[in-house]
Design a protein around this ligand. Structure first.
Ligand SMILES: *[C@@H]1O[C@H](CO)[C@@H](O)[C@H](O)[C@H]1NC(C)=O
Ligand SMILES: *[C@@H]1O[C@H](CO)[C@@H](O)[C@H](O)[C@H]1NC(C)=O
Ligand SMILES: *[C@@H]1O[C@H](CO)[C@@H](O)[C@H](O)[C@H]1NC(C)=O
Length: 370
């Protein structure tokens, strides 16, 4: 194992420098976003044929028509520090009597499924209990599915949960009695779920990004509210500004809660890049490359390419889980045109990732920092 000197001055906030087990110096201040992809035949960390209980079939590329799997055998190697190897038992011991929550959009759900598969090694595992009800994650009346999922590893009393909040702000129907009602997005209010359950969470991983566009706003009948009233600000009518405002608001709120919960660690996962070529998702865009690292393998930039999230967490106790640039190099690892049932007419998916795959790396970087 590489001995990395402790970076001084990192004592405050979440994760200062420290000395690891066995006296090995580890730096928790390492910038894990800098590094390179290397081929590693000990990957993937679980089989895409397994993990049936948690892995959505449509994300398990082994179950689709895809025949190239080189993308499964890549590992991220940070430049200036050793990445602690993910071990199932280590993870569970570290998270004993604790709850880890992913709150975000479908990319957050991918990260959640990835982590469940990493912890179980993709194998059937007894002693994992569905505890959704403890977090209000039950099918709403008349709804088709709950707003999230929560599972507990009984042996260590470790809970992993996912809550669907694609925008990280509170959304409330303007007229709750009308199913067709417009929905107020309260940009300055965190999701009600977080307000209600933050005290039960020990590691929180937030993300948002891909729902901030006109199409989604219109389809969801979302209208922008600030201070409890409909916003007339021209500024916020520009969607990227509304998103930036929300990212800053939720970070500022959660940062203000940390003193109440000193053991809470919060991460904001930076945006997951899309790789549509020759069009967008609905105009014939594609991502056909199958050769890993053909767009490069190394990231040396110090600054995150997600400027909005990086600026929001700056100066707060919220940590940046910066995966944008390293994932940008992985254009070959999306679902692309592959489906469980072939459908030549289907649009390509150059947003979500094959699992096992890139989100496993995000979880390795997360594991190294909790
Ligand atoms: C499990 O962990 C929670 C904290 O997340 C704690 O409140 C609870 O008492 C623990 N249960 C047992 C059986 O130790
Ligand atoms: C994002 O929002 C924050 C807080 O509202 C603001 O200070 C910052 O200037 C905004 N960033 C951009 C690029 O507009
Ligand atoms: C990707 O493959 C699809 C289906 O084979 C094809 O229609 C499309 O033109 C290809 N895109 C590019 C950029 O080569």
């Amino acid at each position: 194992m590489l001995v990395v000197p402790i970076v001084s001055g990192g004592g405050g906030g979440v994760g200062g420098g420290g000395v690891g087990k066995g006296g090995v110096s580890i730096s928790l201040d390492c910038n894990y976003a800098k590094g390179k992809w290397v081929i590693d035949n000990h990957r993937p960390l679980y089989s895409g044929f397994g993990c049936k209980r948690w892995l959505s079939g449509s994300w398990a590329c082994r179950l689709t028509q895809r025949t190239d799997f080189a993308y499964e055998n890549l590992r991220w190697q940070p430049k200036d520090c050793e990445l602690e190897e993910f071990q199932r038992s280590k993870f569970l011991t570290r998270m004993q009597h604790k709850t880890l929550a992913f709150v975000g959009d479908s990319l957050g759900r991918q990260q959640f499924q990835s982590l469940m598969c990493m912890i179980t090694g993709g194998e059937e595992m007894q002693n994992v209990e569905d505890v959704g009800i403890e977090y209000g994650l039950v099918k709403p009346e008349g709804g088709t599915h709950p707003h999230g999922y929560a599972y507990r590893f009984i042996t260590t009393n470790t809970t992993i949960l996912y809550y669907w909040s694609s925008t990280l702000c509170d959304t409330q129907p303007i007229d709750p009695t009308d199913p067709e009602s417009d929905v107020a997005m309260h940009l300055d209010q965190p999701p009600a779920f977080l307000q209600k359950y933050l005290h039960k969470i020990h590691v929180l991983v937030l993300n948002t990004g891909h729902h901030w566009n006109r199409g989604k706003l219109k389809a969801n009948r979302w209208v922008i509210y600030i201070n409890g009233v409909r916003s007339t600000e021209k500024e916020l009518a520009m969607i990227w500004r509304a998103k930036n405002f929300t990212v800053h608001s939720v970070v500022s709120w959660v940062n203000s809660q940390i003193p109440k919960y000193p053991n809470l660690k919060v991460f904001f996962r930076s945006i997951s890049p899309r790789h549509f070529v020759g069009g967008d998702w609905d105009t014939g865009g594609s991502c056909n490359n199958t050769t890993p690292m053909s767009v490069g393998k190394e990231i040396l930039e110090e600054e995150s390419s997600d400027l909005s999230v990086a600026s929001a967490v700056k100066g707060t106790a919220v940590k940046l889980l910066d995966i944008t640039a390293l994932s940008q190099l992985r254009d070959e690892a999306h679902l692309s045109r592959f489906r469980m049932t072939p459908n030549p007419a289907a649009v390509q998916d150059c947003l979500h990732w094959c699992l096992p795959g890139v989100p496993d790396t995000w979880n390795e970087l997360l594991f190294a920092q909790i």
